[in-house]
Design a protein around this ligand. Structure first.
Ligand SMILES: NC(=O)c1ccc[n+]([C@@H]2O[C@H](COP(=O)([O-])OP(=O)(O)OC[C@H]3O[C@@H](n4cnc5c(N)ncnc54)[C@H](OP(=O)(O)O)[C@@H]3O)[C@@H](O)[C@H]2O)c1
Length: 340
């Protein structure tokens, strides 16, 4: 089978597709999935570069979907109602490959109404947006409160702003002006206000100093600030985020698209008696029940047309380096997939 194996961490140019053996044995507790698509997520670039260390060699990717090719012969999987040929998606390591061994408790059955591209797109970005909008601020922010979400023209941002709106929040979004289409009403991504930013010179992502975001947020919220700040940008935005917080608000730093947030004094939280968290998806889909509950709600919203999701680009797996380059240059306007 073709697969992308990382033998040592590094730059984009070290990525390539190689022939590997198809797993010939399915251990107890696993199914073998023949992938149709692998999702490209920012975390793949961190695994490739070594920012998030993993033991080499490893097959890259942590999101995929296709059909079950083999079930473990050592186990009665009938109780899980899984069978060969079922359409499934998952988030586990090793998805940049034609076949992936997936633990049974991580398998998410795909409703017949959803095509495989859409279903794969719902996994990492959809589930992340689900926990960010539904769980992470519980007890701190409530329906009707103001929330700030960055990059609503891109992957997680698009999903998160729409889901926050479905949960009843008032949403302020930021985006590179180039990533929204003013002539299209779906282009508001559920936001009540969109702060449009100029691009960083010569780049495809925003300059976060091109507009005084904190001043705009304070004006929109009547100087109250936002009860929740959902920040996947990191280094370029964490100081702006702290300035946009309401009293007893929560700063959710969930990503590093511009680089990792450096350490900063905890006293910066004092003026607003603020909270801060640095969550990750795995801890919010910790049990099979929680995984399926979130996935099924995301699927339902997509089926009902309540969530507009955009497949931005589909690369062949052989173009693995081009996909990583596209993402790291900040050009994404939705989901990026590899076709197997
Ligand atoms: N903790 C979790 O559970 C979790 C789960 C999923 C993703 N994440 C993290 O969330 C972050 C965003 O992921 P995503 O899937 O939304 O990615 P994405 O679709 O590629 O969006 C990233 C966006 O970040 C903005 N950006 C700002 N500075 C940038 C820079 N220097 N380089 C590239 N982009 C820059 C761009 O939007 P503008 O043009 O509007 O600036 C870009 O489109 C990543 O760090 C990812 O690892 C975390």
């Amino acid at each position: 089978m073709k697969a992308v194996l990382v033998e040592s961490t590094g730059g984009i140019d070290s990525l390539s597709c190689k022939p590997l053996m198809i797993p010939s044995y399915v251990p107890s507790g696993y199914v073998l999935v023949k992938n149709e698509y692998a999702g490209l997520n920012y975390i793949d670039t961190y695994h490739r570069s070594g920012l998030y260390p993993r033991e080499c060699p490893f097959i890259l990717g942590q999101e995929g979907g296709g059909t079950i090719a083999l079930l473990s012969s050592e186990e009665d999987t009938t109780s899980l109602e899984l069978k060969v040929g079922d359409r499934v998606v998952y988030s586990v390591f090793g998805s940049y490959a034609e076949y992936t061994l997936v633990p049974i408790d991580k398998v998410i059955p795909v409703p017949t109404e959803l095509d495989m591209q859409t279903a794969v797109a719902c996994v990492v970005q959809g589930l992340t947006a689900h926990y960010l909008s539904s769980s992470v601020g519980t007890g701190i922010a409530k329906s009707g409160d103001w929330v700030l979400v960055y990059s609503v023209g891109s992957g997680c941002g698009q999903w998160t702003s729409q889901m926050l709106k479905l949960r009843g929040y008032k949403v302020i979004g930021t985006t590179s002006a180039s990533k929204i289409d003013d002539s299209n009403s779906d282009s508001s991504f559920g936001c009540d206000y969109i702060i449009k930013l100029q691009n960083e010179q010569g780049k495809s992502y925003a300059s976060y100093t091109s507009v005084d975001i904190a001043a705009k947020v304070m004006k929109i919220t009547n100087n109250k600030g936002c009860k929740l700040i959902i920040d996947g940008i990191g280094k370029s935005t964490y100081e702006i985020s702290l300035k946009c917080l309401a009293k007893r608000g929560l700063f959710v730093s969930f990503g590093n698209a511009s680089g990792a947030v450096p350490s900063f004094p905890v006293l910066k939280l004092l003026p607003q008696s603020a909270y801060m968290t640095r969550p990750k998806l795995n801890d919010y889909v910790a049990t099979r029940e929680e995984l399926l509950e979130r996935a099924n709600e995301v699927f339902k919203w997509v089926k009902e047309g309540k969530l507009k999701m955009k497949i931005d680009k589909v690369f062949d797996l052989e173009e693995v380096a081009a996909g990583h380059r596209y993402l790291e240059e900040g050009r994404s306007r939705g989901k990026i997939l590899y076709k197997l």
